[in-house]
Design a protein around this ligand. Structure first.
Ligand code: FDA
Length: 390
């Protein structure tokens, strides 16, 4: 038997693959990092509007969705936002907190990619891009990868090829197909952090395209308070993207249009301003206020409405039901919920329990974060865990 070419082959030079390869390389492992794209870290480059929201200082396991909510704990505890911030600071990359603990580069996401490539160079990682991975084999304890017209072998293989969101950037279900071939289960993937589409009785709201307002959005037991945006297809904005990860087809979504209003505010408004209309009393953008008042069939002055009707209107404005008929799909989804089942992986090392030497990291795994830097933090943390173990 010939000696393997490398100690590890990492498939996918995105956030998780770059981190994993750099960490393993700096531990003295001979690492080959392969990507079919011409350029590494393409999603990092477009993230955060080009400024990369690279972590969130409020990272905690409860900000992640997974069939096993405990799985992410170990990796997140061993590589924290503070660790990544220290790395970024070490490269002199200026950054700021935008809102809700979200850290962005002051300059450009290119700095984060350059930093990760710098870390790979320190570890002597062999980075190769721009060829398809034609075949993956496994025999006699070694993985073989056919990359373009070259073949490489290693005793360790890391699946870091991400999820299928944004297929036009080359994203695909490659990770899932490969995992299944090795007998790993895949939790049904679905688009997440994605705009929702409206039809049926909600279709009229599409006329409000462009209107944004702070709301409380709820799907099932999970609610977020951020801005919602009406679009020509339905609903978007941070609050909607966040709940979209929890929303299931056929379920309603409720919106609290006045999350800061005290209970009884509408009866109070009737007493204080009896000549005002409901639309005028609503502290909301004009077009939205008009539409809601029309839908509540509350034209005319507040003073002319019964208290019961106003109490009902207030209740409806607090939990306005929408019935999305779908999402804008993987084409518009920032991430994927679901993926390689955590039941098949070690939470300490990310190695497959049934296939020694096979690892999965990043978005390919069934761990999905909230909007706001949580997904990169998972990519860094899971990449680090595998990089330490290889
Ligand atoms: P990632 O997708 O980054 O990398 C996978 C790599 O594998 C890619 O380089 C790809 O080319 C390669 N690959 C795929 N198939 C292959 C194959 N068959 N053969 C070889 N290589 C293959 N998150 C966050 O925390 N903050 C943010 O600001 C944003 N912003 C954002 C904006 C947009 C528009 C999107 C789409 C996503 C975000 N995200 C985000 C999410 C974040 O980008 C995502 O969670 C991470 O990039 C996941 O890192 P991975 O390394 O797992 O996959």
């Amino acid at each position: 038997m010939t000696a393997p070419d490398y100690d590890a082959i990492v498939l996918g030079a995105g956030a998780a693959g770059l981190m994993c390869a750099a960490v393993a390389g700096q531990r003295g492992r001979r690492v080959l990092l392969l990507d079919h794209a011409e350029q590494v870290g393409k999603k990092i480059l477009i993230s955060g509007g080009g400024r990369c929201n690279f972590t969130n200082i409020h990272t905690a396991p409860d900000r992640y969705i997974s069939a096993n909510p405990h799985f992410a704990k170990s990796a997140l505890a061993r590589y924290t936002p503070a660790d990544f911030i220290a790395l970024v600071d070490g490269y002199g990359i200026a950054h700021h907190e935008k809102t809700l603990g979200q850290l962005f580069c002051d300059g450009s996401a290119k700095q984060v990619v350059a930093m990760l490539l710098g870390e790979c160079a320190k570890g002597g990682v062999d980075v190769r891009c721009g060829q398809p991975v034609r075949e993956v084999t496994h025999a006699d304890g070694a993985f073989g990868v056919a990359f373009g017209d070259q073949n490489f072998t290693a005793p360790n293989l890391v699946i870091a090829t991400g999820g299928p969101s944004i297929p036009k950037m080359g994203a695909s279900g490659f990770a899932y197909d490969l995992a299944r071939r090795f007998g790993l289960k895949v939790v049904e993937p679905r688009p997440a952090l994605v705009p929702l589409t409206l039809g049926g009785g909600d279709v009229l709201f599409r006329d409000l395209s462009g209107v944004a307002t702070p709301v409380g959005a709820r799907a099932g037991k999970t609610a977020f308070r951020e801005a919602a945006l009406f679009t020509h297809k339905g609903l978007s904005g941070p609050a909607i993207l966040q709940v979209s990860s929890y929303w299931r087809h056929g379920e309603p979504l409720t919106i609290d249009f006045l999350p800061d209003a005290a209970p009884g505010w509408l009866l109070e408004a009737k007493r204080a301003r009896p000549r005002a209309t409901l639309a005028a009393a609503l502290a909301l953008p004009d077009r939205l206020a008009q539409t809601l008042a029309e839908r509540l069939a509350l034209a005319g002055e507040l003073g002319a409405q019964s208290d019961r009707k106003l109490a009902e209107a207030e209740a409806q404005l607090k939990r306005w039901p929408f019935h999305p008929n779908g999402t804008e799909g993987f084409a518009k989804a920032e991430v994927t919920v679901g993926g390689i089942s955590t039941a098949n992986l070690s939470s300490q090392t990310m190695m497959a329990k049934s296939v020694p030497g096979l690892y999965a990291v990043g978005e390919a795994v069934d761990v999905t974060g909230w909007l706001g830097g949580y997904n990169f933090q998972w990519a860094w943390a899971s990449g680090y865990a595998a990089g330490q173990a290889l």
